[in-house]
Design a protein around this ligand. Sequence first.
Ligand code: ATP
Length: 322
Amino acid sequence: MPTTVFVVGSLNADQLLEVPAFPAAGETVLASDVLITAGGKGGNQAVAAARAGAAVVMIGALGDDAHGVLVRRALTESGVDTRWVRTADGTHTGTAVVAVEAGGENRIIVASGANARLTSQDVEAGLAGAAPGDLVLLQLETPVAVVAHAARFAKERGATVVLNAAPAPADSGCLTTDIDVLVVNQVEMRAVAELVGAGTGTGETRDVPGTVLATSRTLNCVVVCTTGADGAYVNVGDRVAHISAVQVTAVDTTAAGDTYTGYLAAALARGETDLTAALTTASAAAAVTVTRRGAMASIPYAHEIGPVAAHAGPGTDSTQLT
Ligand code: ATP
């Protein structure tokens, strides 16, 4: 039976402004260009899973404005089902203003807008059809209480729960035993480990494999920690495996993590039981993303990652930890 990836998360209009230099306080600078595109971690991951070939249902909220129309259209064009994306009256669509300096450095301001209006009722309505075999994918750009409720509700229906704990959580409310797979980058990994008491508690920092293992034991779940161009680490029982990144010339790493998470979700939803194989595909897809500019626009379709996938493979340096 075909399974579904349900994504509960944020939807933004990204406004990209290219400036010669960032303005100082009180200063005005002219941007040479402005680009408005669909984004948000929820939206990006939904599109990544859809382009990977999964049936994807998005649960989120947009403002009653032109940006809401733009974001909904972008999701639909990638094959994402937007029936459970609610248009919230009296608020604007989530907005990320990204100023990019000539050298490539960026500064970002985010206004949550309708994302902050996502409710547990929205989640229950959207996830009513979730069943064993389906996968529910969550991030932390919507209210934490709603994320925790979504994880519980999904679990009660027998679905697999994947949490991308990004941005780094400030409290442990969403870090429950309802999570089957936790995906984090190194910064988020450290925050999670401290919050769940899997840090060293001595002020010393564990290495990434050690932190992955300690956190997976505490939360009783699979932990995937991505480490940029170095690849990723995952616990497989008491072993931590390293999945190499594919070597490419990176142009813009925006949405690498979202591509990785969306492709992983799609692989798990289609019944891939070999985790390292699923992560190898995710890493090939993310490698394509970093060779392209932009966020959602840079996420590849499955047929585009073939040549890169040929160079992907699990690292040989898996670590035995007990
Ligand atoms: P972002 O916030 O930029 O979307 P992130 O911090 O969530 O990313 P990263 O750990 O930077 O996540 O990257 C996720 C995955 O993308 C990595 O595990 C790797 O497979 C791939 N990746 C990232 N950067 C590169 C790179 N320079 N070259 C090849 N692959 C990369």
